[in-house]
Design a binder for this molecule. Structure first.
Ligand SMILES: C[S@@+](CC[C@H](N)C(=O)[O-])C[C@H]1O[C@@H](n2cnc3c(N)ncnc32)[C@H](O)[C@@H]1O
Length: 407
């Protein structure tokens, strides 16, 4: 794709320009998606042209993936196939990477995905206190940090990047985490930092930066789920606890980190791992999404659920958007650490607030009226105003819509 053909990239980050020009599909020489920005939702994608239902807007390969600790002996570390039973082949030097075949073990080593350095750095996992979920984050983080080293200009001879710079620009929610979750991330990052210092780098990134990176992974990754592991799609996912074989079932939740409904197909049950797609991390969540994501074997495709006009937002859903509004917003806040500002939620909230405000005002008025009448009639404290007429839902929405349009 010609970079010169790109229009409307508002985020001001040359790397994102490159990201978008390099990876989205084209229609008549124009990119089908461009990056835009607003205060409430950060960067988001809009249609660069009028598009039809089922048009593909993005096809891309995974940046990094990691298996949850509890499933590492069941899912192949190279091809990510779920054997659904304990595997028998593992790395010759450690028990951190398990494989479905000798070929996968060799290929993983050859590709640099599991070197001796990985063995050394990850070797402390056995004695660490991380849960399986955190282990997958730390494994991805290690891969990212190794990409960072490769990305240093002196090492790559001025050539193309490794994706690290793009990763570095993803949204982090480290500052929005509850103290307990932040502490868990900090402990895990501190462990990795020490291991890196011992085996690899003398001056690793400061701990705070590592915590932001870990949060980037958590906030932008997509869950790999048992049922959909081969067939396809899942949304960004949050966290999950699983186990080997008869493991406890993972929570199939979430947005750019382990969520749910960005996919058609079977409901996800057990989360086996998580993966990061840099370009797909530009899709914001909406409770009435225009797009759906499907994934298969380390690649993803985002396509349109309906026709959209040029300039319309391209969104996916991180959660089950058929749930009631309060439930959706709670899940997004708990698992994705943000308050949803999609159109549907904004309208819901306006309607709710409109309704409450109306009732509140009416109550006040009625109270006043009652008082007036009571003093007129000389009777004490009966209250007595007529009950406010119930405001039906249509008029609440109507009122909310008018307010929304007036904003
Ligand atoms: C996968 S990223 C999407 C791109 C992101 N806006 C950015 O600038 O990098 C997910 C993050 O975007 C923001 N986001 C996505 N959907 C949103 C929504 N409906 N309302 C508010 N913020 C949203 C949240 O900060 C969320 O953690």
């Amino acid at each position: 794709m010609e970079e010169a053909g790109v229009k409307g990239l508002l985020c001001g980050l040359p790397l994102y320009e490159k990201l978008v020009t390099g990876s989205v599909e084209c229609k008549d020489g124009e990119p089908v998606a461009v990056v835009s920005f607003d205060e409430a939702r950060g960067r988001y994608l809009v249609a660069g042209a009028s598009l039809k239902q089922d048009d593909v807007v993005l096809r891309t390969d995974t940046f990094e993936r990691g298996i949850l600790g509890n499933y590492k002996k069941r899912v192949c570390s190279f091809c990510f196939k779920d054997a659904k039973k304990r595997l028998h082949i593992h790395c010759r030097d450690c028990e951190q990477a398990w494989y479905c075949s000798e070929a996968c073990r060799e290929a993983h080593k050859r590709s640099g995905g599991h070197s001796l350095l990985h063995c050394k750095i990850l070797s402390g996992f056995g004695s660490s206190k991380f849960n399986g979920d955190m282990e997958s984050i730390i494994k991805i983080l290690l891969a990212v940090l190794l990409k960072r080293v490769e990305a240093e200009p002196s090492r790559r001879g001025g050539g193309g990047g490794t994706g690290y710079e793009l990763f570095n620009h993803l949204q982090s929610h480290a500052d929005d985490l509850l103290p307990r979750s932040k502490k868990d991330l900090k402990d895990a990052c501190s462990f990795l930092r020490k291991q890196m210092q011992r085996h690899h780098e003398e001056a690793p990134l400061p701990l705070d930066e590592l915590v932001h990176h870990a949060s980037r992974i958590e906030s932008n990754c997509f869950g790999i789920f048992e049922e959909a592991a081969e067939a396809g799609d899942q949304g960004p996912s949050t966290s999950a606890e699983g186990g080997e074989g008869d493991a406890p079932r993972g929570e199939a939740s979430g947005g750019v980190n382990g969520s749910s409904q960005q996919q058609r197909g079977p409901q996800r049950d057990v989360m086996l791992g998580r993966e990061v797609y840099l370009e797909a991390s530009m899709f914001n969540h909406s409770c009435e999404p225009t797009c759906v994501m499907s994934r298969s074997s380390g690649a993803c495709e985002v396509s349109l659920l309906r026709d959209v006009d040029q300039g319309e937002e391209l969104t996916i859903s991180y959660i089950d958007e058929t749930k009631p509004g309060a439930h959706r917003r709670k899940e997004l806040k708990r698992n994705y650490h943000f308050d949803c500002h999609c159109r549907k939620c904004e309208l819901d909230l306006l309607a709710l607030r409109g309704g409450k405000k109306y009732k509140h005002l009416h109550k006040k008025k009625a109270k006043k009226k009652g008082k007036g009448r009571a003093s007129k009639e000389g009777s004490a404290g009966s209250g007595g105003g007529a009950a406010p007429p119930a405001m039906n839902f249509e008029s609440q929405v109507d009122q909310a819509m008018q307010k929304f349009l007036a904003l």
